[in-house]
Design a protein around this ligand. Structure first.
Ligand SMILES: [Zn+2]
Length: 154
């Protein structure tokens, strides 16, 4: 019996799919996003064991494995730890290029928050000071912080 693999060339094609989805961000994530939406506050939480301040807040400390329920406000200013400038538009990006993805260590936090800088990206450098700029129409999304604005460049 002839094997189909002997008579058919295996041809593959590349493609892309968009997968819309909805997921619950959990009680910790909901509290964080509600504060952004309703109060223009950036909430973090502090581990009771090691004292590490997480933003975005976490349900548990990854180092101590304890639940975290000590909330505090951080920012709205922070320091750029690192960044990359995006020059190409791609469907999954949150905004149109050019913009920068930045890791910002907000004042009072021990970890960095991934977000965007839209304006003055040429002024960005490691150590730049930035401040959160909140969206006018907030919906309970991380983009309720529209972006970070450079207040002290490289
Ligand atoms: Zn800890």
């Amino acid at each position: 019996m002839e094997n189909w693999k002997d008579t058919v060339e295996i041809i593959t094609q590349e493609g892309q799919i968009a997968v819309p989805y909805t997921w619950w961000v959990g009680d910790t994530g909901s509290r964080f996003l509600m504060a952004l939406r309703d109060e223009k506050k950036i909430l973090a939480n502090r581990c009771s064991e090691c004292g590490k301040v997480y933003v975005p807040p976490r349900k548990n400390c990854g180092q101590c494995f304890v639940d975290i329920d000590d909330w505090t406000e951080v920012g709205p200013e922070g320091t750029v730890e690192t960044f990359t400038i995006v020059h190409f538009n791609y469907p999954v990006q949150p905004v149109k290029a050019p913009f920068a993805y930045v890791l910002v260590k907000l004042d009072g936090a021990d970890v960095s928050l991934l977000h965007l800088v839209r304006d003055d990206i040429e002024k960005l450098g490691k150590g730049s000071r930035v401040v959160a700029r909140f969206s006018e129409n907030r919906t309970g999304s991380i983009l309720d912080i529209d972006s970070f604005q450079v207040i002290e460049g490289k």
